[in-house]
Ligand binder design. Structure first.
Ligand code: UDP
Length: 195
């Protein structure tokens, strides 16, 4: 993966098309990958907190979501192809899931929001199979139960929305036991999808 370092965070230089085709190959390979769509809040967290920065550096793919990143890469003389917004990437991956019949798990947001987001995504992408969903309001004591549930559903693709301070470290910590090929943090996307 070709990257450019911005404040020590390695951003993928690919545009949407290459990113989607790479992640489709990842789904076939089966190895867990953490995808981060880094926003300015995460960049600030990486600057302030070495542990958060290290977590980001160990992610498998960081896409340039945000005009600031695109600008900074260009100013540094090592530009990225284009902005890759997380919300668009979610939909592009759902399109692939619809084409190939991927199993999809949705984790995060409130009970009402995630239920409605699951309903709408199932309507929009009928051949992608939503194999499970649950809200994002649980503590570490429930991690075991949540993870077991996901492992049983064996998704190819999983989106996680729990707020940037929680979702990315949670994915990083559990990605190996989750064993899901593509795991991506999506912040407020479920709230937008549910309307
Ligand atoms: N969220 C969640 N569990 C939490 C905190 C937040 O599921 O403990 C959800 C929230 O309902 C929303 C999404 O995570 O759907 C993003 O939340 P917010 O915009 O507050 O987070 P930020 O990205 O601004 O930190």
């Amino acid at each position: 993966v070709p990257t450019v370092s911005i404040f020590g965070v390695p951003f993928c230089k690919w545009g949407m098309k290459e990113t989607v085709s790479y992640l489709s190959e990842v789904v076939s390979s089966g190895r867990p990958h953490q995808v981060i769509t880094a926003n300015p809040i995460m960049m600030m967290a990486a600057k302030e907190d070495p542990a958060y920065k290290k977590m980001m550096q160990q992610a498998d793919l960081i896409v340039p979501d945000g005009t600031g990143v695109v600008w900074a890469a260009k100013m540094g003389g090592d530009p990225v192809t284009e902005r890759v917004p997380g919300f668009d990437l979610l939909h592009e991956l759902m399109k692939q899931g619809d084409r190939h019949g991927w199993r999809v798990y949705l984790l995060g947001a409130s009970k009402e929001v995630i239920q409605e987001a699951a309903r709408r995504l199932a309507l929009q992408y009928p051949t992608a199979e939503i194999v499970g969903y649950r809200d994002g309001f649980f503590g570490p004591e429930q991690d075991r139960e949540v993870i077991d549930n996901i492992v049983q559903a064996a998704p190819h693709l999983m989106f996680v929305a729990r707020g940037a301070d929680t979702q990315e470290p949670w994915i990083a910590k559990h990605k190996e036991e989750l064993g899901v090929p593509v795991i991506m943090g999506v912040g407020g996307s479920f709230d937008v999808i549910s309307g």
